[in-house]
Write a new protein. Structure first.
Lengths: 281, 492
């Protein structure tokens, strides 16, 4: 291993009282690749995310992010600094937009830190120095870029809460991207999307990977998304990592099949798995 | 809603109207039907049966007419309500002229009589409106607030409305009807408008429910009073210091409540407000205790005093301009000082709205978790809101001390916080003009309607309840985005 990976999770353990939600998990997520985290319900996927993005302090473990911005140990940082300094942005399983604000405002708020500096921490902006106006125009341009990408330009001045569900999902991704992250963490972005929308989502994620050259960490239940776009998959079950590899390797991994379909290994069930995963590819 | 004209069931209407009248009878008897009258023999109980009966019959009739309006019959309500208006107007005119006919009126206050007349008037207007535009009959149907009704009207003429208000506020003291008392009431209203706009930053924008806002008002007032009496600082020098002190108190309060939300935040801020008041009362050797601080100097205009005679080396306003001294000069001057303060607060807030800090406040109000995930520092953002809100309260407090010439802890009781919060909530969280309307309604009208005597607070309460029923989001509750992609960049 020559250069440090973008994200390295080492021996991550998270206990809630007696409950061990995440037990000694280690994996890496490289730059400019999509890493999927999958597993049955309650496997601890979202807990891993919450540790990564500072909502939980892990009981044990080291979470390090290495990028052009520097080397950061996430477990030691305040929640908001993980996005501000280390450049880790996230979306939420249950969408968390600022529903009372307009779509554009959602994207402008995401560029808060940049704009705060430009407005001289409010003081220069209050007097009306031109630097802030320029920065605001630039921020609007960034927002427009992402609105075009997620196809919400026409609805830019709507209240975010009035967007259709799929639009809200895409807006949340656009908002996370407006923070200019090095690692984008998506918590079930395809949940509740129909087949066409989830195909569009795949295209969006692939274009983010290829054009922005950033790492994406993806929790997902929808196998058609995971198998198609992930370069690398980590499988969790009962808080432990049971498999780690390329989509092909994961599809044929007996541990994964057991975790998803139970212990009995009849011929029929194996066939079902092949059908389920095969139709996705 | 074409065929909404229902079968008119007059028996049902009569029944409901009678029930409404009966309820009014019972409640009015309990509330205002009996009064204690002081006579030569001591206190005696007198009844106001005529007022109560008139009210009950009036309610029954009006209820009946309203039911008819709802059923789409407009002619009878129109005629009856017009007849009621004419009857009342004639009787009131007779009462004002002192004719014996005027004694037939149940209420002996012109404010009540005119207020009562508003009810048939609104009925008549409604009836007319329905006759002219039948499609607008059912007011209960959801309409788009942007294009219809009060809010839509306000939105269309938003800037014009604000401009008219400002021009009116500037011209107000020079109007023929504006006497000293009225200008004084105007000053009071403007003080509350400024406080409302200040609190609006904390509650309306940042969504932090602050029940102890009056504490910062107190800090500002005592700061100026003490700087002026101990160090002889002039009002204009002490003002920024008082503002800064209040802001630092805002930060001091902010730190312990950073993690609290909603009810818990409200309770702690309430406690903080009381703490400041109790400290002011008990720290007697520093603050003067319950006696407060006397002889706080008045503000001057570039060194010109508003007194009858100037101390040696100073000049009064009247001497400088060579006009006779009049105490109303000071009243007018104070009015303009607070007008400038209030406009400054408003301008400041409007500018803030376009800055990232204000957007972060709103985002924080909407979803703190999402804010943290976007790299927004919740601590600094909240503390800024507390500090800026407190700063305006401190400046308003300094003005209050200078206007009264006297401060004591009694001016900073909890009810003041509640009134300011009521102004913000009734006005519509986050709106600027709504606060103005609410301050006029909540501060101006009670002052103006002192004529109502014991009904005054009753009317105040009824008004609040009605506003909350009809406009639960506040008088003007509408939020426009602070930035647009499509509507041109010049929109502010």
């Amino acid at each position: 291993m020559s250069a440090a990976p973008l994200l390295a999770v080492e021996h991550l353990t998270m206990r809630f009282g007696g409950l061990v939600a995440v037990d000694d998990i280690s994996f890496t997520a490289p730059d400019a690749q999509i890493t999927g985290v999958i597993g049955p319900n309650g496997a601890g996927k979202t807990t891993v995310f919450n540790c990564l993005t500072g909502f939980y302090k892990p009981t044990v473990g080291r979470l390090s992010v290495t990028s052009s911005r520097g080397h950061f140990l996430l477990e030691q940082m305040d929640g908001y600094r993980i996005c501000q300094n280390a450049g880790v942005a996230r979306t939420f399983q249950n969408i968390r937009l600022f529903v009372g604000m307009s779509v554009l405002e959602n994207l402008i708020v995401a560029q808060h830190n940049k704009l705060m500096r430009a407005s001289g921490y409010t003081f220069a902006g209050l007097i009306g120095l031109p630097g802030y106006r320029r920065a605001e125009r630039a921020a609007v341009e960034t927002a427009r870029l992402w609105l075009d990408k997620v196809g919400l330009t026409a609805m830019a001045d709507w209240d975010a809460g009035n967007l259709p569900y799929g639009g809200q999902r895409r807006l949340e991704i656009a908002r996370a991207m407006c923070t200019d992250p090095v690692l984008l963490c998506l918590d079930e972005p395809a949940a509740g999307l129909n087949a066409r929308e989830s195909a569009e989502l795949n295209q969006l994620l692939l274009s983010i990977r290829d054009e922005q050259k950033i790492g994406i960490l993806l929790i997902e239940h929808d196998m058609s998304v995971v198998m198609q776009i992930c370069d690398h998959i980590v499988v969790l079950d009962y808080g432990r990592k049971i498999a780690d590899g390329t989509p092909e390797a994961i599809r044929n991994d007996p541990n994964v099949i057991r975790a998803y379909l139970g212990e009995e290994e009849g011929e029929d069930e194996m066939g079902l798995v092949a059908e389920a995963t095969g139709s996705a590819t | 809603m074409a065929s909404a004209i229902a079968v008119v069931d007059y028996r049902e209407f009569t029944k409901r109207a009678l029930v409404a009248g009966f309820v009014t009878l019972v409640m009015a008897s309990l509330l205002v039907g009996i009064e204690a009258v002081s006579t030569v023999n001591g206190l005696e109980v007198a009844t106001r049966y005529r007022a109560v009966f008139c009210a009950s019959i009036g309610v029954a009739i009006v209820y009946f007419l309203m039911e008819m309006l709802k059923a789409g019959r407009t002619l009878v309500p129109l005629i009856v309500s017009l007849a009621m208006i004419v009857l009342f107007a004639v009787l009131e005119w007779a009462r004002a002229e002192g004719l014996p006919l005027g004694d037939q009126l149940p209420f002996d206050s012109w404010v009540v009589n005119w207020g009562v007349m508003l009810v048939p008037l609104s009925l008549a207007l409604r009836a007319l409106f329905i006759t002219v535009r039948p499609e607008a009959k059912s007011s209960r149907t959801k309409t788009d607030a942007r294009t219809h009704g009060f809010t839509g009207f306000y939105l269309r003429y938003n800037k014009l409305f604000g401009l008219i208000l400002i021009v009116f506020a500037i011209g107000f003291p020079f109007m023929p009807f504006a006497d000293r008392r009225l200008v004084d009431v105007g000053t009071l209203v403007l003080t509350y408008i400024m406080l409302g706009w200040g609190l609006n930053i904390v509650v309306g924008l940042a969504g932090l429910l602050d029940l102890g806002y009056v504490a910062f008002y107190a800090v500002g007032a005592y700061s100026y009073a003490m700087f002026a009496t101990h160090f002889d600082l002039s009002f204009w020098v002490a003002l920024p210091i008082a503002g800064a002190l209040a802001a630092s108190f805002g930060i001091m309060l902010g730190f312990p409540v950073l993690r609290l939300r909603g009810d818990y935040l409200a309770i702690v801020t309430l406690g903080f407000g009381e703490m400041i008041r109790i400290i002011l009362t008990n720290w007697w050797w520093f603050t003067g205790g319950p006696n407060g601080i006397n002889d706080v100097p008045r503000p001057s205009l570039f060194g010109l005093l508003f007194e009858r005679s100037a101390p040696p080396g100073r000049e009064t306003f009247a001497q400088f301009f060579d006009i006779p001294y009049s105490p109303s000069q000071r009243v007018f001057f104070l009015y303009f000082v607070i007008l400038v303060f209030a406009l400054f607060t408003n301008l400041f807030t409007l500018r803030l709205r376009r800055l990232p800090i204000s957007r972060a406040w709103e985002a924080l109000r909407e979803d703190e978790t999402a804010c943290r995930a976007l790299g927004i520092n919740p601590r600094n953002t909240k503390l800024t809101a507390f500090a800026i809100g407190a700063m305006f309260a401190g400046m308003a407090g300094s003005f209050f001390a200078a206007r009264q010439g006297f401060v004591s802890p009694e001016s900073f009781v909890f009810i003041e916080s509640a009134v300011i919060l009521a102004i913000v909530v009734l006005g519509g969280l986050g709106t600027q003009i709504g606060v103005v309307l609410a301050a006029i309604v909540l501060i101006g009208l009670p002052e103006f309607f002192r004529d109502l005597q014991d009904y005054r607070m009753l009317v105040f309460g009824i008004g609040m309840v009605l506003i909350m029923i009809w406009r639960p989001g506040g008088l003007l509750s509408h939020r426009d985005p602070t930035i647009f992609l499509h509507r041109g960049k010049a929109k502010s």
